[in-house]
Design a protein around this ligand. Structure first.
Ligand code: NAP
Ligand code: HSE
Length: 430
């Protein structure tokens, strides 16, 4: 951009918008030294104009609740969408691009669901649609995949991509907290989405995974075909038992590529204590990936919160302000990316953890292990925890590597036994 002053409109002034405004105020001179530009927040779009704001960007900032005030203002160079949600945000981004404005967004739900249309529009108009903050908060994973690793094929990505879920599991593990208390703390700290179901049911991690797949493989992964399991049913008992066996439970987002076919999913998994991702705690996120040239790379940092996320948003604004090539929004030349070729998710192979709830009576272990054997599942460890004789007891199995499909059909048979008194809990082991 030729101008010396870059006018920004922030659409949304909650956790991330306020964080961004604070960084721009704090680092104004530094930003100018790096870009040669003065970033000025001239407009802020909010829903509720009567709300008391903890921070006001500057004397030149005007608040509005009408998107037309942004769209019709020819002085605005970049619209920064930080409202969240789908329809209103999509409309705003579309109209901003059509008005000739670059867009920066942190809205992973929108990019995962409607990204292809929006990227095609930005491509046609030769405008930037940047989204560094959409995945893993402050971690620069978008730029890394789009530019730094652009020459690599990426056979695998394994990530802890949701700060709220990771914070909840960490609190439950370290402080024996119950799920509800830990969720409330995550919400109070501004990590959670407006609708926390997205965080705890794995959907937010799925949105982020779809964005990473697009960047790493140049394809659109159909979200409805992505297997997603969240953490809302993870029990303190399994966290404690996993710990006894030397594991921690984490919400994992993973994609593997073989001969052009992708196997992807979001699921809680047991990680051995010495796994490189096992120490990623609290609101921190991490992305562990393999490039076929570079080998393994791990990025680690704060995956949510006002300043970390604001930092990522600011990096996009500064890249646009500097006048970098702006048509490279997806990292690929095509206007529309092809659909992904998928491997059946049930063909995934890993070790497994089962916790059965069974009556404590003769023949239970032999019946269960017989079914496992019939399904070609080899048991590595089996432990029955003490309980009242004749009462229900937890029995934990850790298996060698087995296909998910075999596990599901074995569990179907096992859970039908009359001595099994509750559905068996099952997690993969990474
Ligand atoms: P937030 O705290 O809930 O703030 C949302 C802001 O948008 C508020 O200022 C709200 O106005 C405004 N808004 C919402 N709907 C609107 C509408 N229809 N019209 C006008 N203004 C509207 O959200 P956030 O946590 O900052 O998240 C913003 C975006 O960043 C989301 O897409 C989220 O997924 C993404 N993100 C968040 C984080 C994080 O750590 N929080 C990290 C990465 C990405 P009022 O202030 O008047 O209510
Ligand atoms: N709710 C999201 C999380 C915010 O907890 O990771 C960051 O994308």
């Amino acid at each position: 951009m030729e101008k010396k002053v870059i006018n920004l409109a922030l659409a949304g002034f909650g956790t991330v918008g306020t964080g961004l405004a604070r960084i721009i105020r704090e680092n104004r001179d530094w930003i100018e030294r790096r870009t040669g530009k003065d970033l000025v927040i001239t407009r802020v779009l909010v829903r509720d104009l009567t709300k008391v704001r903890s921070f006001i960007p500057g004397p030149e900032t005007r608040f509005t609740d009408d998107p037309r005030d942004i769209l019709a203002d020819p002085e605005i160079d970049i619209v920064v969408e930080l409202m969240g949600g789908l329809d209103t945000a999509q409309e705003l981004i579309k109209k901003s691009l059509e008005s000739g404005k670059h867009v920066v967004t942190a809205n992973k739900a929108l990019l995962a669901e409607k990204g292809s249309e929006l990227f095609a529009l930005a491509h046609d108009l030769n405008l930037g649609l940047y989204y560094e903050a959409s995945v893993a908060g402050g971690i620069p994973i978008i730029q890394t995949l789009k530019d730094s690793l652009a020459g690599n094929r990426i056979p695998s990505i394994t990530g802890i991509l949701n700060g709220t879920a990771n914070f909840i599991l960490s609190e439950m593990t370290a402080k024996d907290q119950d799920f509800g208390t830990a969720l409330k703390a995550a919400q109070d700290k501004g990590y959670a989405e407006a609708d926390p179901t997205l965080d705890i049911e794995g959907l937010d991690a799925a949105h982020k995974l779809a964005i990473l797949i697009r960047l790493a493989h140049g394809v659109d992964y159909p979200l409805q075909k992505l297997p997603v399991q969240g953490i809302s049913r993870v029990k303190a008992l399994d966290i404690a038992l996993a710990r006894e066996f030397g594991y921690v439970i984490k919400l994992i987002a993973q994609v593997k590529e073989k001969s052009g076919y992708l196997q992807a999913g979001v699921f809680p998994a047991l990680l051995p204590d010495d796994h490189i991702l096992a120490k990623v705690d609290g609101p921190f996120n991490s992305v562990l990936l393999k490039g076929n040239a570079v080998g393994p790379i791990m990025l680690y940092g704060q995956g949510a919160g006002d300043l970390p996320t604001g930092s990522a948003v600011l990096s996009d604004i500064m890249a646009l302000a500097k006048g970098n090539s702006v048509v490279d929004n997806t990292g690929f030349r095509e206007r529309l990316l092809p659909g992904a070729d998928l491997v059946e998710p049930d063909l995934a192979v890993s070790r497994h953890y089962f916790r059965m709830t069974a009556q404590d009576k003769p023949g239970v272990l032999s019946a269960v292990s017989g079914v496992m054997g019939e399904h070609n599942i080899s048991i590595a460890q089996a432990v029955q925890k003490p309980g009242p004789q004749g009462g229900d007891v937890p029995i934990v199995f850790v298996t060698h590597r087995a296909q998910l499909k075999a596990v599901y059909s074995a569990l179907k048979v096992i859970d039908e036994f009359d001595f099994i008194t509750a559905p068996t809990v099952h997690y993969r082991i990474l």
